[in-house]
Write a protein that binds this ligand. Sequence first.
Ligand SMILES: Cc1ncc(COP(=O)(O)O)c(C=O)c1O
Length: 365
Amino acid sequence: MKAIKPHLPALPDYPYTTAQALIKLDQNESPYGLPAELKAELASRLAELPLNRYPRMHAETLAERIADFEGWPESGVVVGPGSNTIIFALVAAAQNILDVQPSFVHYEHSAHLLGAPYKAVLLREGFELPVEEIQQALSEGEPGVFFLPNPHTPTGAFFALERVAAIAQTAAAEEWLMVVDEAYYQFAPADMKRQAQGELHLAILRTFSKAWGLAGARAGYLLASDEVARVVRNLLPPFGVPSLTVLAVELALEHPGYVAEAVEKVRRERDRVYLELKAHPVWDAYPSHTNFLLIRTPDAEAAYQGLLKRGVLVRRQDHIPGLEGAIRVTIGTPVENDAFLQAAFELAKEEWGKEKEPDDATGED
Ligand SMILES: Cc1ncc(COP(=O)(O)O)c(C=O)c1O
């Protein structure tokens, strides 16, 4: 079709397929969501919401609340209906894209859609951050936007801040914009917000979809310099954050205590599931600083289907180079995690003929 840019029809769809299952552990959502009393409060505020009116052009009232919450100048806060939309706007703004591999697929997918030149540096063995190789790539190429998810997805790894900061220094010297995507920062030991304050070449991306339990509301934000924030805002559709979203997120920001509680429960469960999986005779889980675990299996299709047959939906990752056989499981409630573990061990027996390993095999890392 001549009306459409010729590269677009040939591009693959976004790599996500879903299936019906009793236990949904495939999108790194929070198993908890808003507490019941906040849901009731939301319902009563909803009754007063003037849905006949447009929301503010760039969710200014919500941006102000986020600025207060984060201790960031309001002029540097960009709110979007999901951090995905902000990634898309950043890619639209960028001369070039630099990424790591494996990575969050939306960076590369957006680059291909928008026709932005795209390059990626491979993570080292054990998903270690290749600092020197990234610095080299930043020095060689024309400047653009460098995306780094930390904690890293889809592996769950956490890159030490000194190493991330060393890259940020090079990015600034070479006039790149480095965006640290902190979608999972609440589950990790540290974050880069302080280092980004007052920096033109470093920005932080966050979301309400994970720890806040508001994936359905669709809201994310960028903490950036005024200059970068203005450009990104202009690339987002005007009036793009629905009033319903603003209502839910503003309410959540008034009660952030529920998030800390949910994060604590998820972290505890993540460490329990990781430890229990050490006794799995055929699968290997990687350590995680997020709300999910990446697991290496001999056959991702067999693992995915076997779990689904037992009512547990996970996400395949084996299409990603370097992640052959991998699946990713979100940490759910203790009951959901037990169901996943039970299914995982049943499958080991049925599919691979192996029994759970004895306790003394679970000691080392
Ligand atoms: C690293 C990372 N960034 C961004 C997002 C997108 O989040 P949102 O729901 O805010 O669009 C995700 C979602 O899975 C993610 O894993």
